[in-house]
Design a binder for this molecule. Structure first.
Ligand code: NAD
Length: 329
């Protein structure tokens, strides 16, 4: 397969090269994000390989079809960026990497939790400045806390196991209950109950019309004063303006996010020389109890290798006319 690879970063090239030995696919790596303007770059390729913030809307899909693209190989799990109806009508197949290392994301969620709960980001800076004062660094124990998990699929499950290991009481909400988690001691409750009872709430469900702004003015009112909210899933699960209000009045005591509602034109780029135009993320950054990472929860060597392997297998399956096990339906 000739594959046009969009939104390329150095770590993509390295992980695909490391895993490409037994495959014959040819890649053209483009740094450009895939959108209606850059789609023409795919001319002469059978497939495109796209990532989370590439825009696969109607116009882009039509342009890709016109230049001969038959397959979109997403190198991510989520597919909310694709107009699936349009792809189906155009006869373009979509494949993805359904699970590549749930532990990578679950562990990053815990990195956010531990940094916020023990203020290690502040301690790091202080000690480097020869300041060994521990005033203002009082943290909270995780042991014995009630942790709520919304979405207990691959990542949510890995997260629950870690939380149980810390000695937390783990509550879960999902449209499907997982028997294995129940046998480990996780209790499924209603959405209202998880909001009311969780001291720490971590989001692991996909972004769908049902889950968009799951965390909003009304649901925030139900949450405990001073609670911790963690989002490593998709930015739009959270209504940012309501969360800012809740940070101001203390309803949210800690916020850790790896994803952001308006991340599309912001993340994955070095913008250190630019003036920040996004007022909401600028406001979020002013809170001492907010920790933001730029969509890096997936970024471990193990996850990148699995993403490359599954993507290469998806391309081979399509080339050989096999059933596409990882097709997005
Ligand atoms: P998954 O499909 O294995 O699990 C998702 C779970 O959410 C399922 O159990 C599903 O039943 C549940 N769910 C669906 N709709 C729901 C609803 N309305 N309310 C409650 N639960 C609902 O997916 P996963 O691999 O665990 O990934 C979860 C999400 O994590 C992905 O959709 C993606 O957006 C995000 N993600 C982020 C990163 C990152 O780097 N930050 C990396 C990978 C995935």
């Amino acid at each position: 397969m000739r594959v046009a690879f969009f939104s390329t970063k150095s770590y993509d090239k390295i992980s695909f090269a490391r895993n490409a030995d037994s495959y014959t696919h040819e890649f053209t790596f483009f740094e450009a994000k895939l959108d209606r303007h850059s789609a023409v770059l795919a001319e002469g390729h059978d497939a495109v390989c796209a990532f989370v913030n590439d825009q696969l809307d109607k116009q882009t899909l039509k342009s890709l079809k016109e230049v001969g693209v038959e397959l979109i190989a997403l190198r991510c799990a989520g597919y909310n960026q694709v107009d699936l109806d349009c792809a189906r009508n155009l006869g373009i197949s979509i494949v993805r990497v359904p699970a590549y290392s749930p532990e990578a994301v679950a562990e990053h969620a815990f990195a956010l939790i531990l940094t916020l709960s023990r203020k290690t980001h502040k301690a790091y800076n202080r000690v480097r400045e020869n300041n060994y004062s521990i005033e203002g660094l009082t943290g909270i124990n995780l042991h014995g806390k009630t942790v709520g998990v919304i979405g207990t699929g691959a990542i949510g499950k890995a997260f629950c196991r870690i939380a149980l290991g810390f000695g937390c009481k783990v509550l879960a909400y999902d449209i499907y209950e997982n028997e294995e988690l129940k046998s480990l001691g996780v209790s499924y409750v209603t959405l209202d109950e998880i909001m009311q009872q969780s001291t720490i709430l971590s989001l692991h469900c996909p972004l769908t019309p049902d889950t968009k702004h799951l965390i909003n003015k009304n649901t925030l009112e139900k949450m405990q004063d001073g609670c911790m909210l963690i989002n490593t899933s998709r930015g739009a699960l959270i209504e940012t303006k309501s969360v800012i209000r809740s940070l101001k009045n203390g309803k949210i005591g800690f916020l850790g996010i790896d994803v952001y509602e308006q991340e599309e034109d912001l993340f994955f780029q070095n913008r250190s020389e630019e003036i920040l135009q996004d007022e909401q993320i600028a406001r979020l950054m002013t809170f001492p109890n907010v920790l933001i990472t730029g969509h890096q929860a997936f970024l471990t060597k193990e996850a990148l290798d699995q993403i490359a392997k599954t993507t290469l297998d998806n391309l081979s399956a399509f080339e050989q006319g096999k059933v596409l096990e990882n097709a997005v339906k």
